[in-house]
Structures are given as structure tokens and as C-alpha cells.
Design a protein around this ligand. Structure first.
Ligand code: FAD
Length: 404
């Protein structure tokens, strides 16, 4: 291709532009993003940003000069309205058409809106971008009460940040435990204990019914009639993929834009990467929508290699991390086809790992303050080699020895 257009200047979009230049692509690159900021990392937004220990310089992937120096036509504050597949062009809001030989869709995902009465009140917030993070940080005044709707990773991380900032934090969760969609029961229990030790209150099996207040929110109303007085609400109820452009252009979509192992959509000239893509996971013989930085980076590398015909792509083990208080949580693989679990170490010590197994093969690992368990666990998942379960359970045997 001579002209590559990237829609979405987030983590995946920014990374693919850089990877293309690194792989020697000398043609035209246009990177179009709705937000007014150069591509940046979102993970700090629920952590260091709220603590006030991060700044724009810390979170941006590359300084603005990099785009000029590398001849990347960066169009910020610009929304792509539609894709004309016949003309091979993207159409901007003002009607301008930008032609492409290859198009990369990296439009990410947006927070799920609950559709509840009062959701538009001042102080009912969500967290996806820098503007959201700044609004949340400003509203996090010591002594105030924040209610978090959803005990997923965003809710848990913001609860930890809110406690650090001196707010009272209450988490409302529909399920019976925290992070139920992604974490094992052992992990959920550990996280709940840790958060309770930091005076976070959990309300499980509870659905929000609406938000009360005249202009600003003053309370969350639960379906069972309970009313939680508060000054601030963060809705962290998952995300939905920004796949409307692809759907309207007739590309095959499921839970996001369906792509193959090379991140190619049902149109061979169009690729989709990052949170918006519904991608194959060769390791688990399934199709999945991953929401993580490592996934965005892996797919960005993959597309750059495909478009420049450089080194072939080797599938990676998916992974993810989360920081809460002083906890370093690292997850590798997915427990999709695991049949048993093994806990290495004692959760009471704040340092342990849950291995998800199929027979004596590791399929995924959840590690808390246990980097070797994470690192070697990831290797074991990739290799698919059987392990001695007795040795894996014995913390006197190092992970390095277990992995031999
Ligand atoms: P995004 O980074 O969301 O970028 C998509 C961009 O496309 C956005 O800027 C959007 O405005 C733009 N866009 C959308 N539609 C259009 C359009 N039509 N025209 C132009 N532009 C458009 N992951 C981890 O691995 N570890 C973590 O600890 C972690 N913490 C997180 C904490 C928070 C608060 C959040 C929000 C996410 C976190 N994530 C974490 C997830 C990670 O940030 C995402 O997986 C990653 O950003 C995905 O990159 P992306 O490029 O696919 O999407």
C-alpha cells in the first residue's frame, strides 16, 4: 500500500503509526482522532492521574514533534463519519474524503451507559479519556462520598484512588462478587478483603435503579429500595466497542469488528485492532474481544508486519495488569477452558497466584505481588508443556525450577 489511514488515535492507533515507520513503511500515514490530544496511555487515568502524580507528559505515547518528524499526518479533534469502501476513502464530519489503500480501524470502546433516570446529573461520571479523568479528579474532594457502580477493575482501581484521596467509597455490584467476569473466586475474595481493610464498603447482588438530585447527584437508588447518599458517582459497568463505522460500512461484526489472525476484517483492505476488534485467540481456539494495552500493542505490531511484509506474526499470550493500593496484580491467559485451579502461596500474606489448569497444563494465571509466578506462568501457558502440580503448589520450589 502507498496510503495508510488509521481511524482512532488511541493506544492502538498511535502504536500502529509508530510500528509502520519502524518497519520501514515510507508511504503516507494519516492518523485521525476525535480527541484533542496526541495518543496517550489510559491505564494511569484510574491510578496515578487521580493521585495527582501523573501529567500529560507522562501519559502521552510520543511527543507531538514525533508525528511531524516522522511524516505522520495527525488530525486531532477530527471525527470520521463514515467509510466509503467502494471509493476506498474515509469521510470526515465536514465531508472531506481521505483516500486509502489500507485502512486500520482503532476506534476503541466507550463506557456502557446504564440508561437509568438521573444518569445525566452533574457528578454522575464515567472514565475513559483524559477529560473524564480530569473531571473525576476535580470532583474527588476529601471527605466526600463516591459510589462506584460496578466492581470491575475500573471500579476497584478508582475506589482505591478515592480512598487514598480521603473520600468515602461504596461499591455497588450486581453480581455476588467483585470482578466476577474476569477473576476467580479466590481472587475476588482477596480483593474484597483488601478493599474492606481500606474501609471500602461493598454492596453485592444490588442493582442501581436511578440517581437522585436536582442538578447534582445526591443519592443512588437501588432496586431493593435502599438509598445511598453520595456526592459523586462513577459508572464502571463495562465498555461497548465503537464499531458503528464498520457496521455501517457492511463489515462483519460480532462483539466488535470480526478480524482474522492478521487483524484483517471481512474487507481485505481494512484492518481492525485494539478494544474494537473481535479477534481469534489461537491458544484457546476461540474468538474474543480483549480490552488491554498488551493486546492493542500486539495487534498494532501484527498489522505493521502484514502491511510491510516483514517478520511474520507469532501469537502472544494475552495479559493484563492492575494496580490497587500497593498491590501489583498481573494476569496472563484466560481461564476459558480450565478445569481446575491451584493456589500457590497464601492469599493472607498478600502474595500468591491462582493457576487455572487443564489437567496438568497451565491455561491462565492470576498473580498478586508475585512477578515470577506471572512471568513463568505466561511462559508455561505459551509452551503448553505439562507441569508437576505438587512442585507448582510448593512455594519452596522456585517458579524457575517448576518451569523446567
Ligand atoms: P482507545 O485507547 O480507547 O482509543 C480509541 C480512540 O479512537 C479514542 O481516542 C476515540 O476517541 C477514537 N475514536 C473513536 N471513534 C472515532 C471516530 N469515528 N473518528 C475518530 N476517532 C475516533 N489496560 C491494561 O492493559 N492495563 C490497565 O491497567 C488498564 N487500565 C485502564 C484504566 C482505564 C481508566 C481505562 C479507560 C482503560 C484501561 N485499560 C487498561 C485498557 C486500555 O487502556 C485499552 O485496552 C486501550 O486503550 C485500547 O486501545 P485502543 O486504541 O483500542 O482504544
Amino acid at each position: 500500500p502507498q496510503r495508510i489511514v488509521i481511524v482512532g488515535a488511541g493506544h492502538a492507533g498511535g502504536a500502529v503509526a509508530a510500528q509502520l515507520r519502524q518497519s520501514g513503511f515510507a508511504g503516507a500515514i494519516t492518523l485521525i482522532g476525535e480527541e484533542p490530544v496526541v495518543p496517550y496511555q489510559r491505564p494511569p487515568l484510574s491510578k496515578a492521574w487521580l493521585a495527582g502524580t501523573s501529567s500529560l507528559d507522562h501519559v502521552i505515547l510520543r511527543p507531538e514533534d514525533w508525528y511531524n518528524d516522522n511524516d505522520v499526518d495527525l488530525r486531532l479533534g477530527t471525527c470520521v463519519a463514515r467509510i466509503d469502501r467502494t471509493a476506498r476513502a474515509v469521510i470526515l464530519g465536514d465531508g472531506e474524503a481521505i483516500g486509502y489503500d489500507a485502512l486500520v480501524i482503532a476506534t476503541g470502546a466507550r463506557p456502557r451507559v446504564l440508561g437509568l433516570p438521573g444518569e445525566g446529573l452533574t457528578g454522575v461520571l464515567s472514565l475513559r479519556n483524559l477529560a473524564d479523568a480530569e473531571a473525576l479528579k476535580t470532583a474527588m474532594i476529601p471527605g466526600k462520598t463516591i459510589v462506584l457502580i460496578g466492581a470491575g477493575y475500573i471500579g476497584l482501581e478508582v475506589a482505591a484512588s478515592a480512598r487514598k484521596a480521603g473520600l468515602k467509597a461504596i461499591i455497588v455490584e450486581r453480581e455476588a462478587r467483585s470482578a466476577a467476569r474476569v477473576a476467580s473466586a479466590t481472587m475476588s475474595q482477596f480483593l474484597e478483603r483488601y478493599h474492606r481493610d481500606h474501609e471500602v464498603e461493598f454492596i453485592f447482588n444490588a442493582a442501581a435503579k436511578g440517581f437522585a438530585g436536582t442538578e447534582a447527584v445526591t443519592a443512588v437508588e437501588l432496586a431493593d429500595g435502599r438509598v445511598l447518599a453520595c456526592d459523586l458517582v462513577l459508572v464502571g459497568a463495562g465498555v461497548v466497542p465503537n464499531d458503528a463505522l464498520a457496521r455501517e460500512a457492511g463489515l462483519e461484526c460480532g462483539n466488535g469488528i470480526i478480524v482474522d489472525a492478521e487483524a484483517r476484517t471481512s474487507d481485505p483492505a481494512i484492518f481492525a485492532i485494539g478494544d474494537v476488534s473481535f479477534r481469534p485467540l489461537e491458544l484457546y481456539n476461540t474468538q474474543f474481544r480483549l480490552e488491554s494495552v498488551p493486546n492493542a500493542l500486539e495487534q498494532a505490531r501484527c498489522v505493521a508486519h502484514v502491511l510491510t511484509s516483514t517478520s511474520p506474526h507469532a501469537p502472544e499470550v494475552p495479559w493484563f495488569w492492575s494496580d490497587q493500593y500497593d498491590l501489583k496484580i498481573q494476569l496472563a491467559g484466560l481461564p476459558l477452558d480450565a478445569t481446575s485451579q491451584l493456589v500457590r502461596g497464601d492469599p493472607a500474606t498478600g502474595k500468591f497466584a491462582v493457576f487455572h489448569l487443564q489437567g496438568n497444563r497451565v491455561r491462565s494465571v492470576e498473580a498478586v505481588n508475585a512477578p515470577p509466578e506471572f512471568m513463568f506462568g505466561r511462559k508455561l501457558i505459551a509452551a503448553g508443556t505439562p507441569v508437576d502440580l505438587e512442585r507448582l503448589a510448593d512455594i519452596s520450589v522456585s517458579m524457575k525450577q517448576v518451569a523446567i
